[in-house]
Ligand binder design. Structure first.
Ligand code: AR6
Length: 176
């Protein structure tokens, strides 16, 4: 978990918080398209879009990461429209696609927490829990990075990870 710009990472794949058109946009999507160059848009245009909770893979072109997994997070409405499950689906589908492609290292941004308005703590819980479950059940990817854009986001995600680790240790101690 670190603060930074996901477009600069030397990992096998980075995840993009895209929209269902896959034609680019603002936020991390805009930054990824700018850094990858115009061929990314051309490849995305051949994919026919992507529904919320699902993901598609493309090359990374000029990015240091050779692959980009584009996932479409839910727009936060009131939490009663399946937002949590859809955000978990985004993480699971991205991880499945990374595994199928044989990617060993993958970096996620904080999907849905910018323009799409998902509450940060809730999003961090879902992202970290879904990823931990996937990693426990699959051999790939080996390493997952969560890249937070601000110090505040990083400290909130760090807190939630600490709470999860403490709870897990407590549960394990209770089991023995
Ligand atoms: N590296 C890492 N994180 C970043 C970067 C970066 N270079 N730039 C922004 N973030 P958002 P969403 C953080 O709005 O909420 C787009 O227009 C940002 O601070 O990028 O899923 C798409 O086309 C925030 O914490 O994604 C969609 O229409 C997080 O990335 C829509 O926005 C996600 O913010 C998707 O909205």
């Amino acid at each position: 978990m670190e603060r930074g710009d996901i477009t600069t990472l030397h990992v096998d794949g980075i995840v993009n918080a895209a929209n269902s058109s896959l034609r680019g946009g603002g936020g991390v999507d805009g930054a990824i398209h700018r850094a990858a160059g115009p061929k990314l848009k051309t490849e995305c245009a051949t994919l026919g879009g992507c529904s919320t909770g699902d993901a598609r893979i493309t090359k990374g072109y000029r990015l240091p990461a050779p692959w980009v997994i584009h996932t479409v997070g839910p727009v936060w409405r009131d939490g009663k429209h399946g937002e949590e499950e859809l955000l978990a689906d985004c993480h699971r589908r991205s991880l499945e696609i990374a595994m199928e492609k044989g990617l060993e290292t993958l970096a996620f941004p904080a999907i849905s927490t910018g323009a799409y308005g998902f509450p940060l703590r809730q999003a961090a819980n879902i992202a970290l829990r879904t990823t931990a479950t996937f990693l426990a059940e699959h051999a790939l990817p080996h390493e997952i990075y969560f890249i937070l854009f601000t110090e505040r986001d990083l400290s909130i995600w760090g807190e939630i990870l600490d709470t999860m680790i403490k709870k897990q240790s407590k549960d394990q101690a209770n089991d023995t």
